[in-house]
Write a protein that binds this ligand. Sequence first.
Ligand code: NDP
Length: 295
Amino acid sequence: MTRTAAFLGLGAMGGPMAAHVVRHRQAQGGRALVWNRTRSKAEAHAAEFGGEAVDLAGVAGADVIFTCLPTSAEVDGVMDALIGDLREGATWVDCTSGHPEAARRQSARLSERGVAFLDAPVSGGPWGAEAGKLTVMVGGDAGVLERVRGDLAFAGRVVHMGEVGAGFAVKAVNNTLMAVNMWAAGEGLAALARTGVDLRAALDVINASSGRSYPTESLIGQRVLTREFPVTFTLGLLAKDTGIAADVVREAGASAPVLTQTAALVRAAATTVGAGADYSAMLRLVEQMNGRELR
Ligand code: NDP
């Protein structure tokens, strides 16, 4: 069956994800539409990968609509514009790291129009997106997921997490665990810096020992000690994710002081260091608190 896929939001993640969707749709004989708020990016994407750059109204008739926008608020914005013209039987797959409550509301709203909704946030970063190896955590109806599974051409792994919103909840908790590890490692290294220990040597030992984590192995040595802080994922987006996790904790009636405290620390870092900085730059706040640079 030929069908039309549309991808909305061609940022650091959406751009390379959309390229896979375009290639897959072309191989299947359907149409692939790309839209971006800044239209020149959609035109450049279409010229490079072969999809069709369209106006927002042009995606309304698609069978599968992907979104990958900063937050659920921007998804609301494009949904407001499209809702009256969507095709009955279509599926909206939101790859934004969104809010579970928004997912439930958006799903209900779309269902009144005969459109299915899946929350399908991703992990793996821009490199995983380019390689087509993202992990996709999906909330929503399992039968709907089966209908669109082939269209998730950017995925290395697709895992059904539960009802609508479950994918967003898992994504937020995952990113908060990363933030917990990064913050804690930063505190430990700042204390060691104050005692005069060489931080490269300390990091080498930690990475060969039980204190290691993704931030110690893949972020702090490469981004913080080098003072490069290259922007691949912004601190503002991480603060949004940890805030969502704090909401999940509260709504679940859970006790998770470390997660909620970390959400507050990441928010403070985004405010003091800058929301547009790389997420590794949250350790600049730890540096300020300790009067030492991690280098
Ligand atoms: P980017 O900032 O790189 O891209 C954001 C995209 O959203 C751009 O296409 C931008 O358009 C568009 N956009 C922004 N505001 C609006 C708006 N009001 N209306 C319509 N479109 C808008 O973000 P990322 O690609 O990094 O992140 C996207 C999502 O993926 C986020 O939810 C993030 O948390 C998540 N994520 C990010 C990862 C990463 O490593 N970067 C990893 C995994 C998940 P324009 O070009 O016009 O600015």
